[in-house]
Each structure stands twice: as C-alpha cells, then as structure tokens.
Design a protein around this ligand. Sequence first.
Ligand code: PMP
Length: 420
Amino acid sequence: MNTNAAATPSASAASVSDGPSAAHGRISRRIGAIAPSATLAVDAKAKELKAAGEPVIGFGAGEPDFPTPEHIVRAAQEAAADPRNHRYSPTAGLPELKAAIVRATERTDGVVVDPAQVLVTNGGKQSVYQTFATLLDPGDEVILPAPYWTTYPEAIRLAGAREVEVLAGADQGYIPTIDQLEAARTPATRAVVLCSPSNPTGAVMTREQITELGRWALEHGMWVVSDEIYQHLTYDGAEFVSVLEAVPELADTCVLLNGVAKTYAMTGWRVGWTIGPRDVIAAASNLQSHLTSNVSNVPQRAAIAALDGPQDAVDEMRAAFDRRRRAIVDKLSGIDGFRVPTPLGAFYAFPDVTAVIGREVAGRPIGSSADLATVILEEAQVAAVPGEAFGAPGHLRFSYALADAELAEGIDRVAALMAR
Ligand code: PMP
C-alpha cells in the first residue's frame, strides 16, 4: 500500500512547490537526464531579447529563412480541402510519398530501394529517435564523431545505450580519421553515426573518406546511421556522397535519415524519413504506430510536391546560402582568435575560438565558449550557439541562414566587440 503522504491532495501540492522532483522520483531517471536542446534554447533567448526591443541578430537557428516555395504551399492548400486527407493513413507513410522518396533517393543518393524500406516520420528528428530505439539495447555503444548534432547523444541514451565520442578538431577539418574511430571501437560497439554535410561544422566528407568509413564499419559488422538531411546543400564543387552508394555491401546494416526541412525551407512542416533494411523499417513502424501514427497527411502531400516538383527554388536558396557562406567566413576569419575552416556544406560556420579562452572580452573574463556566447549575446546582441552543445567546447556555431545585411551587421558587431 502506498503510505506516502503525497497521496493526499494538499501534500501533493506542497511537493510541487517544494522542490527537486528527481529527489522524489517524480520524473524517471531516463527522462530526467535529458538536457534541453541548447540550440533551441539560444534561439528562444534571442527571440525573448528581440521581443523586449533589443536589436538581436540571431545566428542560432538551424533553419532556412526563406518561405516554403509557392507550388509546395499550393499543394498543401489543395490537400487540406480534400477529404481523403482528413483521415488516418498508413503509419509508414502515404504510398505516393514513399514512391516519391524512392525516386528522390535514386536521383540524389544513387541508391535503389523499395517502398517497404521507407518510413515517413514527423521530421528527421523522429527518424533519429526511432532509429536508435530500434537498433540499440542497454549496454550497446555508438561511436559518435564530434562535433555532433546535439540530438544524437540524447536519442542514443534514451535507447539505454551509450555514445562514445570521437573528437575531430578544426586542424583536421572536423573529420575523424579511421584510426581515431578504431580507437573508440569495443566489443560493445553497435553503430557509428555519420553526418555529411555536417551540422554543426558544415564539413563534407570526400568520397574516399566516406568509402573508407563505410568499409571499416562493414568489416566490423556495425550499423552505419547516416544523416543525409543536408545532402542538397554543398558548395565549391563538394560532392554529396551517400555511404550506401559508396559501399553497397552495407545494404543490410545501414540506415539513412533524411527529410524536406533543410532542402525545401520546410522546417515547420515536419516531414522526414528513414530508409533501411525491411526488418528495421517494419520494427520502427511498429514503434511509430504506438507513438504518433501517420505523419499529418497535408504536409505529406506538400512533401510529394517538394520532391517531385521543380527544383529551381532549391538552386536559388543554395546560391543565397553560398553567397552568405563566403561573406561569413571572410568576416569571421578576420577576427583575432577565431579560426574558421571553410565549410563546404549545410549552412553553418564553426569557428574554433580556443585562442580567446582565458582572455577578457569587454572587460569580462572568458572561461569557455559558453561564456563567450553569453558575452557576445549581451554585449553585441548577437546570438550564436556555444560548442558545448555539440560536444566541442572551444567553438561557436553560427548559422548563416539569415539575410545578407543582417549577417554582415551581426559579424561586424562581433568583430567590433572582440577588438574592444
Ligand atoms: N539532422 C540534422 C543533422 C539536423 O541538423 C536536423 C535539424 N536541426 C535534423 C536532423 C532534423 O530535422 P527535422 O526534424 O526538422 O526534419
């Protein structure tokens, strides 16, 4: 019998105000251990300051600043009026969208899959979570190259597994060597994560690097979880290469994660997908059938228009990102203490700022990149995300998905602050 005083309404109310819920076991250890998304937190703080009238320029958000292309929005408007879309649909996705994803995968990845290997998810984020939940058991280890996107370690831990970080710094263009990965491998290793083009660094692995990594994973029988969400955003002739195309023998031990968010300026629409072996997709669909069921039908119809329709808007957005990329790299490189490898993909610049740590900026001591991000936000009204969020203290992430004039002014403000 539960003799806990918290069973009475008044005591229960007291315990809410009294304090640390974890100590009372109110929140599970599993969920209580999740860190809030640092990137969303920086964005929220910047928006809060902006709403309070501060002239904040935000380099925090990982999303295109363009509206979704018109023909995609029109497809959604038509879909909303069609009663076919007002009902539950298959958990794994509308057959028409799965077919469009199969075509897009062949076009972009050079990989042929069938619709039973596709699971449509509520954004790429749900793909990440479900993939680790489906592949991992407690005690398993996942090799996670750092700097990494902030969601991976949380999703790995939610599956009861553990991430083993392999840090590759600016000196190696943020790309780990096979020797570094091999040093992290143990009998418990189940998977390795690959994200090229990378969030947060913008690094793009060459065909040789991807092939080498894929062969190494194959040799040791580990899963490759490859996040390809930035596949259309590469610059300076850098080529996107899918690990599954480079090493087709991985067909049975590779999962690809993708979505429309970054390519088509559709972050708010929440459509992503997982591609993998049939058994993995069937198991992950079972999980999704209890979690969220089908992704909202209207955004699924919009995603069909995105994948099957004209791609001119993608080219235009890529050209704008490229222009901003050059501008931001040029300006950041001129700041004393910032070291900026040229990003070849995605829409992030990731300066190494370790030289600034230990200095004072605007009379304030800088003990970490988190301190530097705070001082830059408070003194220059510029929001960037500290490297701590990506397993890479000593760095800052600047998203350059913002208007050219704002970008220029924002980095000029940082430069002026650092020169004070
Ligand atoms: N993967 C990476 C590397 C990302 O940066 C993001 C978005 N920040 C996602 C996946 C998820 O995107 P979404 O859930 O918006 O589709």
